[in-house]
Design a protein around this ligand. Structure first.
Ligand code: F6P
Length: 544
């Protein structure tokens, strides 16, 4: 047995799971009128109702015991104080420094990193102002009105979902589009609609070595020059964000146009850094700063709230309960807010690239489950597709529902329907509908007895399906910052329980290496040492 499963609290939870699996959540609500009061909490503008979970008070306290036994507090402290907890790359993990408004220094190698953080923020602020005011002009003297942001993974998803989620805050002066995939359909479609005179390209790559981003930028640059512009015009239309400033300037970026980021910012944790430049250009610097403020407030909550009132800790430990004790393999995110529709894709990278691992920090392979599969989409669309499986299959899928009480341009009729669907789904998942109730309905409808039995079985809903509901007054920049930080910290806590390094991503590397070898085969000779399947696929491509 691996040592994590040896923890006393783990063994207690194993026993509790055997008990809880025989119980129904509906009975918990009937037995305890104060369940909702006990199992809900507020932090940083977010209300979390976790009462519709398959947990008893004993389970919750055992989960918090596990958090203590696994030294989660120490891990939190290590991250915030700049200890190199990314121990395979020997790096600190300090996205929290990017939104540190405490006025306190954050030391890495005896140096306060806050000076660099504040300098970069000042550079982003000044640049955004010069674009929005029209002071920065394109090569033909026109103001910049459009931005094409090129980047992938963490250099894309954060800015993309944030600008989408904050659509009501978008600055009419500047329209931002994103290109990530190396699939040429995307960049060529975007370029076809681009006016070179009024467009700024923001190339974002922490490493400045990512194939997709380099190629898309080369294509954009070639297209720009093909419009009759000259090399000297590039500086007015291309800027870069990178921790590899040298590679960016060697690539041809003007040194003044490179926005730096530190190596202690992980890609999937980087929207708070200069990677957030497209966000500033879309919604303005002041709104960007509000996002940071919201995240800072969640950081403070995470660091100071006792575990039983700590939102990221509670959500993380509920996830541990389902993943390690109740048989869940996935976790579904269901934002009931159109503008937040990209959030599941964002958390997919955040969570799965962080905790989709089986090797502990000291190099042992684990026997227990680790990061769940994260998926989902906006409500109510999912109700007319995959919710069927969540309701009636025997695969346990914990869900996070998200709902803003107020929306921009509020249409009360629509919003009431949206709310009723969201809350109604959590209720249906929790309570289900018994065979007898279905049978009685069919009897009332006059169905013959044999038919009643047969159809009632199909209509039976087991219920007992867990969900959290996250409610916010409205999804303003500050609340969005807090929401994203909440999920970041949830990932940290789960990684601490499983003893993973949540901040490297070695699993993506082999695919890159082999992809490059395949490209060599496509551009040159087929490697006869490669497996037969890959050789055949490449041959088909070459012969097409
Ligand atoms: O391949 C995975 C990854 O390294 C992510 O972790 C990262 O967010 C993305 O690629 C993009 O990397 P970069 O910002 O260095 O281009």
């Amino acid at each position: 047995m691996d040592r994590i499963r040896n923890a006393l609290a783990w063994q207690k939870l194993d026993k509790l799971a055997a008990l809880v699996k025989r119980q129904h959540m509906k009975d918990y609500f009937e037995a305890d009128q104060s369940r909702y009061e006990k199992m809900s909490l507020d932090a940083c503008g977010i209300h979390l109702d976790y009462s519709k979970n398959r947990v008893t008070e004993d389970v919750l306290s055992a989960l918090l015991e596990l958090a203590n036994e696994r030294a989660v507090s120490e891990k939190i402290e290590q991250m915030f104080s700049g200890v190199p907890i990314n121990n395979t790359e020997n790096r600190a993990v300090l996205h929290t420094a990017l939104r540190n408004f405490s006025g306190k220094p954050v030391m890495v190698n005896n140096k306060d990193v806050m000076t660099g953080v504040l300098d970069t923020l000042a550079k982003m602020k000044a640049f955004t102002a010069s674009i929005h005011s029209g002071e920065h002009k394109g090569c033909t003297g026109k103001a910049i009105k459009n931005v094409v942001a090129i980047g992938i993974g963490g250099s894309f998803l954060g800015p993309k979902i944030v600008t989408e989620a904050l659509k009501p805050y978008q600055d009419k002066a500047c329209k931002v589009k994103f290109v990530a995939n190396v699939d040429g359909c995307h960049i060529h479609d975007v370029l076809a609609e681009t006016d070179y005179e009024t467009t700024l390209f923001v190339m974002s790559s922490k490493s400045f070595g990512t194939q997709e981003t380099l190629q898309n930028t080369l294509t954009a640059k070639a297209w720009f020059l093909a419009q009759g512009t000259e090399e000297k015009d590039i500086a007015k239309h291309f800027v870069a964000v990178s921790s590899n400033v040298k590679a960016a300037t060697e690539f041809g970026m003007d040194a003044n146009n490179v926005f730096p980021m530190a190596d202690w910012v992980g890609g999937r944790y980087s929207l708070w850094s200069a990677i957030g430049l497209p966000i500033c250009l879309s919604i303005g610097y002041d709104n960007f700063r509000e996002i940071l403020q919201g995240a800072f407030e969640m950081d403070t909550h995470f660091q100071t709230a006792p575990f039983e009132k700590n939102m990221p800790v509670i959500m993380a430990m509920l996830g541990i309960w389902y993943r390690n004790f109740m048989g869940a393999q996935s976790h579904v995110l269901l934002p009931y807010y159109h503008y937040l529709r990209g959030f599941p894709a964002y958390v997919q990278q955040l969570d799965m690239e962080s905790n989709g691992k089986t090797c502990t920090t000291d190099g042992q392979f684990v026997e227990h489950g680790t990061g769940p599969i994260i998926w989902g989409s906006e409500g109510t669309n999912g109700q007319h597709s995959f919710h069927q499986l969540i309701h009636q299959s025997n695969v346990p899928i914990p869900a996070d529902f998200m709902f803003p009480l107020k929306v921009p341009n509020q249409d009360d009729t629509h919003h009431a329907m949206l709310a009723s669907n969201c809350f109604g789904q959590t209720q249906a998942l929790m309570q289900g509908k018994h065979f007898e109730a279905c049978y009685d309905d069919l009897a009332d409808a006059g169905l013959p007895e044999e038919e009643r039995k047969r159809i009632a079985a199909h209509k039976t809903m087991p219920g007992n399906k867990p969900s959290n509901t996250l409610i916010f007054e409205q999804l303003d920049p500050k609340t969005l910052g807090a929401l994203i930080a909440l999920y970041e910290h949830k990932v940290l806590v789960q990684g601490a329980i499983w003893d993973l390094n949540s901040f490297d991503q070695w699993g993506v590397e082999l695919g890159k290496v082999l992809g490059n070898k395949v490209l060599d085969m496509i551009n040159g000779d087929i490697d006869t040492q490669a497996d037969a399947s890959t050789q055949a696929l490449v041959a088909k491509f070459k012969n097409a």
